[in-house]
Design a protein around this ligand. Sequence first.
Ligand code: GLY
Length: 418
Amino acid sequence: MNVLLLGSGGREHALAWKLAQSAGMGRFYALPGNPGIGDLAELVEGIPLSAHDTLVRWCKANAIDLVVVGPEAPLVAGLVDRLSEAGIAAFGPTAAAARLEGSKLFTKELCRANGIPTAAFGRFTKAEDAWAYVTAEGAPIVIKADGLMAGKGVVVALSVEEAIEAIDQVFAGGGQEVLIEAFMEGEEASLFCLVDGETVVPFGSAQDHKRAFDGDLGPNTGGMGAYSPAPILTPELEQRAIAEIVVPTAKAMVAAGTPYRGILYAGLMLTADGPKLVEYNCRFGDPECQVLMPRFTGDLLETLAAVAHGRLKDISVTWSDSAAITIAYASRGYPGAHLKSTEIRGLEAAAAVDGVLIFHAGTKRLGAQLLSNGGRVLNVTAVAPTLKEARDQAYEAAGLIDWPDGFYRNDIGWRALG
Ligand code: GLY
């Protein structure tokens, strides 16, 4: 099978690493990819992911059998619809199904209509109605803008004043409607499921670390590290989340004539009343994918192709009992302003540590030099029989990387390990 992988981050490097091991891989391309992916696949340059017609033409000219879409934006923008109209198979949902990530309001209404456990909510098109609601409900309370906000559309307001400020920001930023949710107490975990119509197959769990600094301090980021499995998501809780949240969602999407096909990433709050949905994403998590791929023991290409062709029920997925952890090595200053193009050395020594895999997230090559090229730059990942061993190996490897302009958190895995 000839494959085109779309995206350029650590998530896509982890997917490329696993896809490259598949027995059925023919020609393997990535667009735009990164230097790590470039060691595994032929990099394609010069086509923006938003140029759907050009992408379709390129796929036809290169006899692509499967397109694997990494990030959410092309999914929400309808790339899979465009590919399938042209007869090209793709792993990822259509635009209508990707609304599960693209529109928080769509997902909340779907939950309400189908009795799916989630935080109580209100939606408002007028700021003064939203102010009245938060004043009546009190804080803490969660204010969300609709649409893809690159992780920036959510404010957990600790006071009514903060909530009113967040509401004003949504409308000042051009938002037409604000979503206000009850604050949920509990611990968060991520559950991944392959979904093909009404067929739902669990595909691993993880927990990530959103804040920039140790002790969960500092600004929110795309994720400073993750581990899998998430011990807090016990088999009983996982089964409950699948039965009460993911399966009813898959059925509702089929009933609406917009079946979901792809990976469905459920952000869950494990409350005293059981798992509740925080949000859906229509793609693998980043950096969660970097800890799922080393634990998946099946053939990734065969698995993703089965989903794309509506054959998920015919295959089985297998996992190792190992644990995996990944540490995001980020540019100093991230998620704010940071230096670019600073030199990174020592990757060979780090990658030689037992069980360690280094996934590139934001790097570029200049001759023989490896340079930073983004906020999150490397994912230092380790897989081992226990999470503690994986953590120790990942930190040993991170310590061997010579990059004075980078930083990482020293406490990845603390929830599971103490
Ligand atoms: N790590 C969070 C996300 O991928 O959305």
